[in-house]
Design a protein around this ligand. Structure first.
Ligand SMILES: *[C@@H]1O[C@H](CO)[C@@H](O)[C@H](O)[C@H]1NC(C)=O
Ligand SMILES: *[C@@H]1O[C@H](CO)[C@@H](O)[C@H](O)[C@H]1NC(C)=O
Length: 177
């Protein structure tokens, strides 16, 4: 499994130093093995984005949990799948589906917030003619229990699927009055 121990260790140093001005000299922050820190959230978002823009099976295997489920009615709408169903119900389905997708120019705009096990972020895909904007929530888990073994368990992604449809050559008929 790909390790990001170095980044996590650097973040632990930063958080313990930052705690000093508040008088919590012996408080080193939440345990990064049970509560994601900034470095982990940043790493997982970057790695997730890389699966869209430059799929790599080793990365996918490392960052996706064995019980992964990916939900996106925006994708369901584009692929003709039933709304409300899991887009990729298993890790294997994600790897097979995403692994055979053409690469797209994915860019993370901002990680807006994260908690111990959830990340909220915004992204764009600047395909012509429409730049597509989307929002993703990642739920994470750490079944291996180390600071650098966090994985994505659930993906909730929604985006402007009409913009995407037009980018791939589709068109929409608007309702008449
Ligand atoms: C996939 O990622 C692994 C781990 O980071 C790396 O060693 C490997 O070179 C990558 N493969 C490709 C084809 O880029
Ligand atoms: C994570 O850390 C970076 C660098 O210190 C900071 O710019 C960013 O705002 C932090 N992200 C969150 C979501 O706290």
């Amino acid at each position: 499994m790909k390790s990001f121990a170095t980044i996590a260790a650097a973040a632990a140093l930063v958080s313990s130093a930052a705690a000093l001005p508040f008088g919590w000299g012996d408080w080193t922050g939440p345990n990064p093995a049970t509560c994601m820190d900034n470095a982990t959230a940043t790493y997982l978002v970057a790695a997730f984005g890389s699966l869209i823009s430059d799929y790599n099976a080793t990365v996918a295997n490392a960052i996706l949990a064995d019980d992964l489920v990916d939900w996106s009615d925006s994708i369901n709408e584009l692929t003709g799948a039933a709304l409300g169903t899991a887009t990729f119900p298993t890790k294997a389905a994600f790897e097979e589906g995403q692994g055979s997708q053409e690469a797209v120019p994915w860019e993370t705009v901002a990680i807006e917030a994260y908690t111990c096990d959830t990340i909220a972020f915004r992204w764009i895909v600047p395909l012509p003619p429409n730049t597509i904007k989307g929002n993703t929530i990642l739920k994470t888990e750490n079944s291996a229990g180390q600071a650098d073994t966090w994985q994505i368990k659930t993906i909730y992604t929604e985006f402007n699927s009409i913009a995407w449809l037009e980018d791939i050559g589709g068109s929409v008929t608007y309702p008449s009055e």
